[in-house]
Design a protein around this ligand. Sequence first.
Ligand SMILES: CC(C)(COP(=O)(O)OP(=O)(O)OC[C@H]1O[C@@H](n2cnc3c(N)ncnc32)[C@H](O)[C@@H]1OP(=O)(O)O)[C@@H](O)C(=O)NCCC(=O)NCCS
Length: 196
Amino acid sequence: MSDSVWWLQTERLALRRFVADDLDWLVQLYRDVEVARHLGGLLDRATVETMFRGRFLGYYDLHPGLGIWATLDRVTGELLGFHLLNNIQGESIIQLGYGLARSAWGRGLATEMAVALVRYGFEDLRLPRISGMAGLENLASQRVLLKSGLHRNGERAFPHPAYAAEGPMAWFERDRDAWLAEHAADARSVFDAHRR
Ligand SMILES: CC(C)(COP(=O)(O)OP(=O)(O)OC[C@H]1O[C@@H](n2cnc3c(N)ncnc32)[C@H](O)[C@@H]1OP(=O)(O)O)[C@@H](O)C(=O)NCCC(=O)NCCS
């Protein structure tokens, strides 16, 4: 695969846009109960396909810079999962999200790319705020949101059918100005360390 479609890369991972051929992979992901239970539940092929055409493939050109991207192993090119920056359905709020095949869990991969996406969202897209939500029992996802630089801010529920059944969810957010101030401080301390 050409590097040119890997539009964001980290030490171990790369993001590219989803393409029509990825549908079978996504259908399989939504057949794994351990993954799907945190993503709205097990979905049949027809439902996944409708979502894939709208929220995945059809979204990129309508919302430049945003979307749901395929998360790949940089060495093997294997499709491991997805990361996203998109609007919460029915809202204009921009959220960070992710889901990985079970074989990829437990190695810090979700966090690695989420950190890079937050940086991209604030520095390149200049988003004023990035939010995130996770089920109250989804402690792994809550941990990833925190490690990505978002802060916990209570709970929120959303009326859209995609989330309504979940009820209140753990809510996270971060404003660009606060994130930039923190990372400017990081940059200064690196500079100071080099001067010593
Ligand atoms: C959430 C998910 C993406 C995490 O992927 P991952 O690559 O394993 O995540 P990371 O390794 O980067 O970080 C996970 C963190 O959660 C912690 N964690 C994992 N399971 C946990 C649990 N049951 N309770 C508390 N913490 C837990 C890990 O220890 C790690 O934190 P640490 O680095 O401080 O030790 C993955 O589990 C997944 O795809 N789940 C199903 C889909 C999903 O939940 N998506 C999010 C919807 S809101």
